[in-house]
Design a protein around this ligand. Structure first.
Ligand code: KMT
Ligand code: NI
Length: 179
């Protein structure tokens, strides 16, 4: 089952769970209402069910990232940048092969929802959603990055200018303003 929860606002280590007390789970439905889609596969790179999803959504590009202090050049700086709240102009799709980590997404009330990702979890974040990523205390994740066509990974860190980007306005009109 999906493990996601609303976060506390303590500024302790980003790698900790940051659950509220008592824990406040976020459901798959709550995430879907924000445009965040979660799927569970085997964690095999060639899992036939995952390949079906890939093909049905037109994900023609794939690479593998390995995030660990010993394997990722410029590890500390990159981890910091993953954890800066940002948006992209396209979907962010990640499929976990090994290890674990957290994707945090903003809900409609600007609360953070933390999504625990393990082997086999695939997440699709829509273009324009404010989000961030961190490793957990195990300090290791290996994941596929998927994309439609030539990949664009540029993060736009949150500021007044990102609120008026087309990708953000499109996201808001679709998932925030609609209800
Ligand atoms: C990103 O764009 O935030 C990343 O690639 C983070 C690691 S993928 C699990
Ligand atoms: Ni991102």
């Amino acid at each position: 089952a999906l493990e996601a929860w609303y976060m506390d606002d303590s500024d302790a280590d980003q790698r900790l769970e940051h659950r509220l007390t008592p824990n406040a789970p976020a459901s798959l439905e709550a995430l879907a209402a924000l445009g965040v889609l979660h799927f569970k596969f085997s964690g095999d790179e060639e899992d036939p069910e995952m390949l079906k999803l890939r093909d049905s959504r037109g994900y023609s590009y794939k690479d593998v990232v390995n995030i660990h202090p010993d394997t990722l050049p410029d590890y500390e700086r990159k981890l910091k940048s993953f954890f800066e709240e940002h948006i992209h102009t396209d979907e962010e799709i990640r499929y976990v092969l090994e290890g674990s980590g957290y994707f945090d997404v903003r809900d409609k009330e600007e609360r953070w929802i933390r999504i625990l990702m393990h082997k086999g979890d695939l997440i699709i974040l829509p273009a324009g959603i404010y989000h961030r990523f961190t490793l957990d205390e195990h300090n290791y994740i290996k994941a596929c990055r998927l994309f439609v066509g030539e990949p664009v990974w540029t993060p736009y860190n949150r500021c007044e200018a990102t609120d008026v980007m087309d990708a953000r306005k499109g996201y808001v009109s679709h998932f925030i303003a609609a209800d």
